[in-house]
Design a protein around this ligand. Structure first.
Ligand SMILES: [Zn+2]
Length: 82
């Protein structure tokens, strides 16, 4: 997306940003994934866990990074996964 969207309610120009996904190792850019979430089966870097992490299985090649725009007036978010 090359043009900055405007808020459909306030008609203000929105601010570009992203939604950080915080992990034990730092923050990542959130991604979109097709299909229903499926439990990853309780492994963390290949080690069996009691699955307290509630991680879901992902196929890296099918993910898309999420860009999110925020209205400075009302806070509405519009997200795009290209
Ligand atoms: Zn707004």
């Amino acid at each position: 997306m090359n043009t900055i969207p405007h808020c459909p309610d306030c008609e203000k120009q929105m601010e570009k940003g992203f939604i950080p996904d915080t992990t034990l190792l730092g923050a990542l850019q959130a991604t979109w994934h097709p299909d229903d979430p499926e439990n990853a089966g309780g492994t963390f870097f290949g080690f069996k866990t009691k699955n307290r992490t509630k991680t879901v299985r992902i196929e890296e090649s099918r993910t898309r990074k999420i860009i999110s725009y925020r209205c400075p007036e009302c806070g509405l978010l519009r997200s795009f996964a290209k």
